[in-house]
Design a protein around this ligand. Structure first.
Ligand code: GSF
Length: 202
């Protein structure tokens, strides 16, 4: 299998962490890719018309995307149970969607600066994206500590990658402030071998 990947991408990191946790890292050939909506030239558009990564090219089947589809496929392939049976599955998928939403907003904030000339940037757009992140952090702090204390699942992996991306690209926003329970969980989760091995550099 070939994985179009970039270690700086939190969505790609979800897949990389799952591969580590399920012992499948050696089964995947990583192909570096990088881009943005204004520059898809180094993105696998022939495999994923959306021009996004991660994208997984299977040896015996079509390309899979997005990260949620790829993670469910690789979890199923390993029989790892990171997506448990219902009813816990619905919580796990909602936690993953919350984490992915944090990533979406955080990446869009990066693109506003990277893809738009300064005179065309809209501060209200950036703050609107951060407001989504802030509300999600408040909800996670208030309602999710019990779930986060449970057995490893894909929602937890997605959240670990999302919070790591906030540190990586938005450190000045200090997401830990007023989110003590979440910060304590993240400190513990980030020490996992799979998280240490996939930490973005730079
Ligand atoms: C989102 C992937 C994504 O936005 C998923 O895989 O879950 N729903 C998708 N990836 C970014 C790279 S990153 O910074 O995470 C991407 O491919 N951006 C290029 C673009 O044109 O948006």
């Amino acid at each position: 299998m070939q994985l179009f990947d970039n270690p700086a991408s939190p969505f790609c990191r979800k897949v990389d962490v799952l591969l580590h946790e399920t012992g499948q890292s050696a089964d995947v050939e990583r192909i570096p890719a990088v881009g943005a909506p204004t520059d898809p030239s180094r993105m696998p558009v022939a495999h994923n018309p959306l021009g996004k990564i991660p994208a997984l090219v299977r040896d015996d089947g079509g390309t899979l995307y997005d990260s949620r589809v790829i993670c469910r496929y690789l979890d199923d392939r390993a029989g790892a149970g990171l997506y448990p049976a219902p009813p816990r599955l619905w919580e796990v998928l909602t936690l993953e969607a919350t984490a992915d939403g944090i990533m979406d907003a955080a990446v869009l904030m990066v693109y506003e600066a990277r893809c738009r000339p300064e005179a065309m940037r809209v501060a209200a757009w950036v703050e609107g994206q951060w407001a989504k992140v802030a509300r999600a952090l408040d909800a996670l702090e208030a309602r999710w500590p019990g779930h986060l204390a449970g057995p490893l699942d894909m929602g937890q992996i997605a959240l670990g990658c999302a919070l790591g991306y906030l540190d990586f690209r938005h450190g000045g926003r200090d997401w830990r402030q007023a989110h003590d329970a979440l910060a304590a969980w993240e400190a513990d989760f980030a020490a996992r071998d799979s998280m240490v091995a996939t930490r973005p550099e730079g």
